[in-house]
Design a protein around this ligand. Sequence first.
Ligand SMILES: Cc1cc2nc3c(=O)[nH]c(=O)nc-3n(C[C@H](O)[C@H](O)[C@H](O)COP(=O)(O)O)c2cc1C
Length: 305
Amino acid sequence: MAKIDLSTALGELELSNPVLTASGTCGFGQELASEFQLSELGGLIVKGITVEPSTGNPPPRIVETPAGIINSIGLENPGIANFKKEQLPWLARQETKILANISGHSIADFAKLAAELKDEPGITGLEINVSCPNIGEGGLAFGTDPAMVYEVTSKVAKNYPGWIMVKLTPVVSDIEAVAQAAKEGGAKSLAVANTLPALDIDLKRQKPELGNIYGGLSGPAIRPVALKLVYQLAAADILPILGVGGIMTGEDAVKFLLAGAKAIAVGTATLLDPQAALKIKEGIADYLAHHNYSSLQEIIGKAQQ
Ligand SMILES: Cc1cc2nc3c(=O)[nH]c(=O)nc-3n(C[C@H](O)[C@H](O)[C@H](O)COP(=O)(O)O)c2cc1C
């Protein structure tokens, strides 16, 4: 069988294949590297980094739902200084694209993180998380307002001359306006989308399941929501799209590519099976082979009218 060309690109960011790992579901990559060669991935998006170290939200922080999980990790992370000292040297040696996911409680936080990362050759680009549903200040509040998205993105772009992607929340009335604001602020790509705010209640304790009360729903339950937003934004042709949300199999991934995503990220699936990203990549190749395609590019956006 002839080899299928899986290469793709998110604007100027060239990828050997369309499968990335989604932020927060693969840590800083070390555990994943014991499962498979990271060079198998198109890229790895590291867990969200903030200016200061954060212990995250009180436990319990994950609860299962019928078709996914609700998490309220709350951006537990070592902070930018420790990330640079302890994680980056190892990440820089990996043969895949490394994207840093940055989060903040203020616009100044985002700007500082961008400045801290601008001279780090181990980082290929930034993913700006303006859509975290479970941190108190900032988080989702930024991502729902186009003016704030413009403000955050342009401040990051000013301090970081490289490639920037903005990760959108699915919970907005006009996602195209938010996407446009990200573009005007200097983003080169959009990650679509983050988790949906959600709640579950423990019947025994008669209290919310999560220590933080609310969390973010991910997994198969959100796939049709994310797929709709990817399709809509691809039709609007604003920026290249990374599709994220409930991708568990190669066939799920193909749906996002047919909708117009140039690449996809695997999140919750990795928590269930650390080899999920690899299997999803193989599943995409199998679909292409089965339908007699010789390159991934032939199917991107094919479901668009
Ligand atoms: C445990 C967990 C932690 C996450 N942490 C982050 C994070 O730090 N930054 C971020 O932008 N998204 C974070 N996300 C969101 C995922 O990157 C992804 O957008 C979302 O889970 C939807 O994809 P999925 O259904 O494939 O998991 C997290 C998701 C989970 C489940």
